[in-house]
Design a protein around this ligand. Structure first.
Ligand code: FES
Length: 155
């Protein structure tokens, strides 16, 4: 046998090449399958959204932002929400979406009412229907005064 001569038989080279190709096909097949299975799995069994601290979502508003008898419109849980302060120690947080056909209500400070511009629905500061076509009170959120802040929480 001379120096530099290939000592492996042709069939051994071919087996190695075949094994390598099969391994590559298996590897890329598995990566592709995972690439498809992961998004499908996340769609079918979505992960529970965790909030820092594991609690419910909440929002803090400086107490001084709302004078007694006033209200402030915010976006809470990505929806229009109104926080009212009918008295020094009383606050309420309501969805600002009218329960009739979904218009956003307006606050009328003179009467302390929330009024719907679409069909004249009226609500008090706790969300109760005072008049008009709305079939149900405004959705309310748990809310409290915590020191210098009003804290609105997810229901
Ligand atoms: S949408 Fe509010 S009263 Fe009709």
């Amino acid at each position: 046998m001379s120096v530099g001569e290939n000592t492996e038989s042709p069939s051994s080279n071919e087996d190695t090449r075949r094994w390598f190709l099969n391994a590559m096909i298996s590897f890329f097949g598995a990566v592709t399958a995972l690439g498809v299975a992961y998004p499908v799995g996340m769609y079918l069994w979505p992960r529970e959204r965790k909030v820092k601290g594991g609690g419910k979502r909440s929002m803090k508003i400086p107490l001084n932002d709302i004078h007694v008898g006033g209200a402030k419109f915010i976006r809470f849980l990505n929806k229009p929400t109104v926080v009212l302060r009918p008295s020094e120690t009383q606050v309420s947080a309501l969805s600002a979406i009218c329960t009739h056909l979904g218009c956003v209500v307006k606050f009328k400070e003179a009467s302390g009412e929330l009024q719907c511009p679409c069909h004249g629905g009226r609500f008090d500061s706790s969300g109760k229907v005072l008049g008009g076509p709305p079939p149900a009170p405004l959705v309310s959120f748990p809310v409290r005064i915590d020191g210098e802040y009003i804290v609105v929480e997810e229901a």
